[in-house]
Every structure is written in structure tokens, then in C-alpha cells.
Design a protein around this ligand. Structure first.
Ligand code: TMP
Length: 242
């Protein structure tokens, strides 16, 4: 990074730097991985590069389908230029299949296809361990208005429709994913953060029987090994298709 760029924010998997244009930022994808609110940590050489490439391709796909996102362009292998946004402190999780925390907190059996996409919203707050939050709490905390929350939910459902279809074409099942949104300088709501195997569950559909083969961060969460191989496979399938 050149010395004109100042580190504005460092998260678990990314660093955000200022850009010479005040309405842009530079996002560097790190090789670090965390799980269970940083209880588990590791480094995977090449993960940052893969997630940056995968995210860029998916943002381009969404932009072509009229989804407003912060993505502008790739700067190099593990950095992208994005519009500066005021991040809304909510993690919007959409689930097509019951897995992960949903099965720990409810009686849904692992792998059950849900009758309709389920949206679970979490407060983005590490100290509170990102608790599940209600619409009324969001409104009373003045995080976003009820109207903006409805827009965010509609965008999330539309993104799911686009991504489910896209991933199916490359023989991947989109189990669930987490999105973050923000406001640009004109107060438009934009999709932010990243869309990568770090924040999506993707299962290989090339399996002969019903065996679940995770090609996402569950390889690290559940000590399955082969994380870089899985992310590389996703990147390869996306590049072969687009
Ligand atoms: P969960 O089953 O642990 O609630 O995760 C649901 C989805 O959200 C899964 O694709 C992983 C993603 N996720 C994140 O990206 N960040 C997080 O902090 C958590 C808890 C989940």
C-alpha cells in the first residue's frame, strides 16, 4: 500500500485504507481466518487473494443484475477499490438449508431444506458476540428505519435468487450466506463487505450420493482441512463459467 493511504479500519479478514478520492476506499483481503468470534484463529496463505477474486466476480454479477454494491474495481490480486460506505452494524444471514447455528438453536435437523428462505439478523458487535436481533430492537436502537430494513431484506432475497441460480450452474449448493450493507455519501443503501466462501456455505453438487462436501469456511470451523483447495476450486469454477 502506498504511504498516502491510511489504515482506516482493520477487521478479522480485511483491512480498509483511505483512497485519494474521499468517496472511495481500498480494501485489502488478509490471509487470516477466524471462527466462533475469534475463539479459533489461523492463517491460510493465498486465502486473501482467492476471496478478493471471488468477491469481485460475484459483485460484478450482482451489479449486472442491478444490485447496488460498493465494489468499483480490482486494484491487484488481493485488493479492491470500493465506494466508501457507512457500514450498518447488522449481519444479514439468509438460509436456504438448515445448518450451523440454526441447528444448534432450534430443532431443525442438519441439512433440512427450508420451506422458504429464512432471514436471521444479528447485531454486529463482537463484545456482545453478535446476538440475534429483532426488527423492533433494530428500530428502537435507531440502527436503521423500518423502511430501510425492508429494503435490505428485499435486496437480500433478490441476491439469494441470483446467487442460488448462479451457483447451481457451477454445481454448488448455496446453503446460507451473510451480507452487510451500508450507506454511501448520498445515503443510498449498498451491499458491502465481501461475498466469498468465508461468508457463504457452499456444498459440492458433483457428489454421487448425498454426502455433504463443504467448499467453504466450514473446512476450518470443523477442522476438515483443505481450505485453500476448496476456495481454489470455487474460484476455478467461477472463472470457467464467466
Ligand atoms: P451460522 O450458521 O454460524 O449462523 O452462519 C450462517 C452463515 O453466515 C454462514 O454462511 C457463515 C456466515 N457467517 C459469517 O459470515 N460471519 C459470522 O460471523 C457468522 C456467525 C456466520
Amino acid at each position: 500500500m502506498n504511504n498516502k493511504c491510511e489504515l482506516i479500519y482493520e477487521g478479522k479478514a480485511k483491512k480498509v485504507f483511505s483512497h485519494e478520492d474521499v468517496d472511495k476506499v481500498i480494501i485489502e483481503f488478509k490471509d487470516d481466518a477466524t471462527a466462533f468470534n475469534s475463539l479459533k484463529k489461523a492463517r491460510f496463505e493465498g486465502k486473501g487473494k482467492l476471496n478478493c477474486q471471488i468477491s469481485a466476480k460475484i459483485f460484478e454479477l450482482l451489479i449486472n443484475r442491478n444490485i447496488p454494491t460498493h465494489f468499483l474495481e480490482l486494484k491487484n490480486e488481493n485488493t479492491m477499490i470500493a465506494k466508501k460506505i457507512r457500514v450498518i452494524p447488522l449481519e444479514i444471514v439468509l438460509r436456504n438449508i438448515a445448518y450451523g447455528s440454526l441447528c444448534k438453536q432450534t430443532t431443525f435437523k442438519l441439512g433440512t431444506t427450508l420451506a422458504k428462505p429464512l432471514i436471521d439478523i444479528y447485531l454486529k458487535n463482537d463484545e456482545l458476540n453478535d446476538p440475534l436481533i429483532t426488527k423492533d430492537r433494530i428500530e428502537l436502537l435507531n440502527i436503521v428505519s423500518a423502511k430501510d430494513l425492508d429494503s435490505i431484506i428485499d435486496l437480500t432475497l433478490e441476491i439469494n435468487r441470483i446467487l442460488q441460480k448462479f451457483f447451481k450452474n457451477i454445481k454448488l449448493q448455496l446453503v446460507d450466506f451473510k451480507l452487510e450493507f451500508g450507506y454511501d455519501l448520498k445515503n443510498n443503501i449498498l451491499l458491502g463487505d465481501e461475498i466469498s466462501p468465508d461468508n457463504c456455505r457452499l456444498w459440492d453438487l458433483n457428489q454421487k450420493n448425498d454426502t455433504i462436501v463443504s467448499l467453504d469456511k466450514d473446512r476450518f470451523r470443523n477442522d476438515l482441512g483443505g481450505l485453500i483447495e476448496a476456495y481454489s476450486e470455487i474460484n476455478r469454477r467461477i472463472n470457467d463459467f464467466i
